[in-house]
Design a protein around this ligand. Sequence first.
Ligand code: 5GP
Ligand code: MN
Length: 339
Amino acid sequence: MIKTQISEIKKLLSTPKDVVIVPHKNPDGDAMGSTLGLYHYLTSYNHNATVIAPNDYPDFLKWLPGNDSVVIFENQQEKSEALIENADLIFTLDFNAFHRSGDMEKPLEASLATKLMIDHHQQPDNYAKYTYSDTSMSSTCEMVYNFIEMLGDLNKIDSKIASCLYTGIMTDTGSFRFPSTTSRTHEVVGNLIAKGANNSNIHNNVFDTNNYSRLQLLGRALQNLKVIPELRTAYITLSQEELDEFNFKKGDTEGFVNYGLSLKGVIFAAIFIENQQEGIIKISLRSKGSFSVNQFSRAHFNGGGHDNAAGGRCEESLQATIDKFISILPQYKDELSQE
Ligand code: 5GP
Ligand code: MN
């Protein structure tokens, strides 16, 4: 983001505005942390800001400061549409194409508000007047920290903003272990702790609030884990029947896909989760090294994301989806057998 844009944004923000802040559909820790972090920053300047999430998000994020102020589009459509129509500014965070906001796509497209994008996914669309896009970033939360710094306002970061931003950096970096974690990421995280993010409590809130049935579901997922050693690939399936058996709730399968990747030698992991209500198989893909799951998902499963973490979907049955996956894999034999 260049200096002239920053000074224009500073000017825009110099008088109170009606602001809408949007995360992607099925918001994760980075999406909710970045939107709520920005929300606290903007409200400290007396802007009338509202986070509108396309749909609900997991309970392990509901402790985030400002959670009670979040409007869920799916549950409060009229109110959301009025807020969007009335907005002077719309920030879209942690996504870069309107269709990633689900049913908010049309109202966002129709809105005349000035749009600002802050995001770290590949291939951003060109809808925003101000685009801060950097695919090398660990998380959108790290970028919101940079954004606040560029505006000369690091001193405005209080414990609420710090807790929100810490959460998203932590979840998007797999607790600071993925290659996107840099010395700068640790510097930012160190500053956030200094400003009041209680790191130990945040880890507890996000990772240690399992209930028994979720752990049982993980047990089933691990039993279903299949490995294709010659292609260094592992995948997990969960049918709707299995999800129902273990009382599945949103967020329960978060992180399951990583177990495949923890197997020695495996560099490509997938999970296929049946969603009967939407009539789709939701797919999560993870890789280690240079095999791009973003490209794989864009090419075959109507999705995208990052090089090492992407999502996608398939409208066929669970079995047909897996058959399709297995039949495609040999095309990537060379890439998957590389170190
Ligand atoms: P997850 O597997 O956790 O749902 O998503 C992994 C990453 O890919 C996240 O950064 C997420 O935002 C992105 N992602 C998930 N699904 C899609 C999709 O359908 N399209 C695109 N472009 N990105 C996705
Ligand atoms: Mn993210």
